[in-house]
Design a protein around this ligand. Structure first.
Ligand code: ZN
Length: 66
C-alpha cells in the first residue's frame, strides 16, 4: 500500500459531545445532526488530519482498516 504525504482527511465532529457520529440532515442542506446527542445545527466542528494522524486515530478507536 502506497502512502501519499500530502493527503489529508477531513473529520467532522459534533461541537457538543465531540462524537464523529454525525451526518447531514436529509432535505436540509448544510444542516448537520449528531446521532449520539441529537445536536442539530450548521456549525459542525471540522478537523483536518494528515494520513498519519488519521491512521493513528483509527488505531486508537480500534477500528480495522481495510
Ligand atoms: Zn453530539
Amino acid at each position: 500500500m502506497k502512502t501519499k504525504k500530502e493527503k489529508t482527511f477531513n473529520m467532522r465532529k459534533c461541537p457538543k459531545c465531540s462524537s464523529e457520529d454525525v451526518g447531514v440532515v436529509i432535505g436540509e442542506n448544510g444542516t448537520w445532526e449528531c446521532h449520539k446527542c441529537k445536536w442539530k445545527g450548521r456549525d459542525i466542528k471540522e478537523e483536518e488530519l494528515t494520513e498519519e494522524e488519521f491512521m493513528k486515530h483509527l488505531d486508537e478507536k480500534g477500528e480495522e482498516i481495510s
